[in-house]
Design a protein around this ligand. Structure first.
Ligand code: NIG
Ligand code: FE
Length: 401
């Protein structure tokens, strides 16, 4: 058993509503706090001196100087399993070329499919673990990772295996998601790709989540709903790339009973009202808006309508190559007028909800001891410095990284 502290502030993110707007005054802030951990879990959080009396037998781990303790961040939407990059796409995009012009020049998702298919499983394993470890050092202790650059039964299996293997080379928790429905594979010669995925891929993969990209350039709402319902029948949890460029996907996500609808840049008033009323997490992805040079998802409107809003990086080689979750959340918060409480909730317990994790994203007894320490005595500095302040310590399952 360890007693870690004293911390200038502990922000446990407990006792807050799952949905809707939050004000900073709702955050509980424990001054001069401590945390007791045992076998990877949190045993107690509270006043440091009181814990020292109560847990006098615990091994003291002293923290010196200003320090703010938070739960580890949860990045509930990434595509960090890939090879190569798309810097040519990016240069064309910032020079004013359109999506179609970039695709005609050989760019877009299919370019990453070609590069990822050409990589062996070991290369993909190393790439994924390296990116996960970079995230971990920046305080991200749980990371969802999608396939979706394989787009054939064999290549999707390869990606999902690489993600599983990567989990053995990082202390971050990796949660795989099958995104075989990322786009229609250009080399597909059968008659019904999604049916093939349902019959030949989903039954054999070691993964519990399924995602689909609903968009004119990917899959229609009409094709997506039966696919999602079949995946659900097979026991998968669902998530959807929805309303990125046009509205339509989030309604399908809700109809299918998905855990989350992600992107939402193009969600209209009716979509926002539906998302707020449903039991679904609205995941906004500021990194994709930054990478594509487009407006942010309407996070403010979603929160005011009563939605559960999580913030994720979408880290991928095309639209979101940066992969700095806190920086992206901080930049979005200034534009969208999100409170610090809303941002921290979106990076922790609300993101945990998108992944159906019931013991992560808060500092409370029984939760995993996934924690990060910032070298300041005021939690507001995280957004004030716009993500430039990085954690001085990260703890995963009660162990210091
Ligand atoms: O979430 N929107 C679709 N998929 C990714 C982009 C992937 C890529 O461009 O390689 C996204 O932004
Ligand atoms: Fe994505």
């Amino acid at each position: 058993m360890k007693l870690i502290g004293p911390f200038s502030q502990i922000i446990p993110l407990t006792g807050l509503p799952l949905k809707g707007a939050l004000q900073d005054a709702q955050l509980s802030v424990i001054e001069d706090g401590g945390v007791v951990t045992h076998e990877g879990k949190i045993v107690a959080v509270g006043d440091y001196n009181e814990l020292r009396n109560e847990y006098s037998h615990a091994l003291p781990v002293l923290i010196y100087g200003p320090a703010v303790l938070l739960p580890g961040f949860i990045d509930c939407h990434t595509h960090i399993c890939f090879d190569g990059n798309r810097n040519r796409d990016y240069a064309m995009r910032i020079a004013g070329k359109t999506y179609l012009e970039i695709a005609r020049a050989g760019g877009g998702i299919w370019d990453s499919v070609m590069k990822t298919r050409a990589a062996d499983i070991e290369t993909l394993r190393i790439n994924t673990a390296e990116r996960a470890n970079r995230h971990l050092l920046e305080g991200v202790t749980t990371i969802e990772v999608k396939s979706g650059y394989g787009l054939s039964v064999a290549e999707e299996i390869k990606m999902l295996q690489a993600i599983r293997h990567a989990g053995e080379y990082t202390k971050a928790t990796l949660i795989p998601t099958c995104l075989a429905a990322h786009m229609m594979p250009k080399d597909y010669t059968g008659t019904d790709y999604l049916q093939d995925v349902v019959e030949n891929l989903l039954p054999v993969i070691n993964c519990k989540r399924v995602d689909i990209f609903i968009e004119e350039t990917a899959f229609s709402a009409e094709a997506a709903l039966p696919y999602l319902l079949k995946a659900k029948e097979l026991g998968f949890s669902l998530t959807v790339h929805a309303d990125q460029f046009s509205s339509g996907g989030s309604a399908v996500a809700i109809a299918a009973g998905a855990c989350s609808a992600d992107h939402l840049e193009a969600s209209d008033a009716a979509d926002i009202a539906r998302l707020a009323a449903a039991d679904i997490v609205s995941v906004v992805l500021p990194g994709a808006s930054l990478g594509l040079g487009m407006h942010y998802a309407p996070a403010r409107k979603l929160l005011d309508a009563g939605a559960c809003v999580a913030i994720a990086s979408d880290w991928n080689p095309g639209s979101a190559p940066m992969g700095d979750l806190l920086l992206q959340a901080a930049v979005m918060s200034a534009a969208e007028k999100l409170s610090t409480a809303e941002v921290l909730a979106g990076l922790t317990f609300r993101a945990a909800r998108a992944l159906q994790l019931t013991n992560a994203g808060q500092l409370a007894a029984g939760f995993v001891a996934d924690m990060q320490v910032y070298p300041t005595n005021d939690y507001r500095d995280l957004l004030y410095y716009q993500g430039k302040m990085k954690p001085s310590q990260v703890w995963k399952g009660g162990e210091k990284i």
